[in-house]
Design a protein around this ligand. Structure first.
Ligand SMILES: [Zn+2]
Length: 227
């Protein structure tokens, strides 16, 4: 049976600079109806490695994808993997990283492009690499400068880029305030991580962005208002 699958593919845990553990995110994902979450800590698989060891890839009907946010020579890039590597195995040079991901069939996403305050790739590099990566973050709820998201949303539309929306959550409060809906997915593809990664690699994938009003409020103000 085919259905829409709700995914949030950029999340930080207390294994890097986030506040919560993977299991906290899984329980929250179940509560708010997310089907898939990707754990993408800064330069480490530590949190997701111990989670999967204890709970497996799918728990409480939430699929957990191991990922990593890599600080490359051109800026931050999110990689989604079907297996967990040693942190040092992941190349930091963007060309080597893309080659490594293609070799392994992994997914490459340019994280918060244009956000120079958070090492997003520049406009020049966005244009240079847009055809070599799988997705672009068209909306990142962790961006403090809202104009970046507006420009990216405009560019996604204008150039028909494969764009996704992510929360870039650093605590369970922000989980899913922006997420991506993948339409018409056969249940088979959300049974485990390698099937899901295969599906993300397919060319006819149909995605749309879902963004809550909270995601348009800068992170610092959300914190002040306790949203
Ligand atoms: Zn991030």
């Amino acid at each position: 049976m085919k259905r829409s699958v709700r995914v949030d593919l950029h999340i930080h845990t207390n294994a890097s600079d986030g506040k919560n553990s993977v299991i906290d995110y899984v329980l929250k994902a179940r509560e708010i109806g997310l089907d898939v979450i990707a754990i993408t800590d800064h330069n480490t698989f530590k949190g997701v490695r111990s989670y999967i060891k204890n709970y497996g890839e799918k728990y409480h009907n939430v699929l957990v994808v191991p990922g990593i946010e890599v600080r490359t020579n051109i800026g931050d890039v999110v990689v989604l993997c079907s297996k967990i590597h040693e942190d040092n195995d992941v190349p930091k040079d963007i060309d080597l990283l893309i080659d490594w991901c293609q070799m392994n069939n992994y997914i490459v996403i340019l994280a918060h492009p244009l956000d120079i305050t958070r090492s997003g790739v520049s406009f020049k590099n966005l244009m240079k690499y847009v055809d070599r990566v799988d997705f672009i973050e068209g909306f990142n709820a962790g961006s403090s400068i809202i104009i970046n998201n507006l420009i990216m949303m405009y560019m996604c539309k204008k150039h028909s880029l494969r764009c996704i929306a992510v929360s870039d959550a650093h605590s369970i409060k922000s989980l899913g305030i922006a997420y991506t809906v993948i339409n018409d997915v056969d249940e088979y593809y959300v049974e485990n991580v390698s099937k899901f990664i295969d599906y993300l690699n397919s060319k006819n994938i149909n995605v749309s962005m879902s963004i809550s009003y909270k995601a348009f409020i800068p992170k610092i103000i959300r914190k002040l208002l306790n949203l």
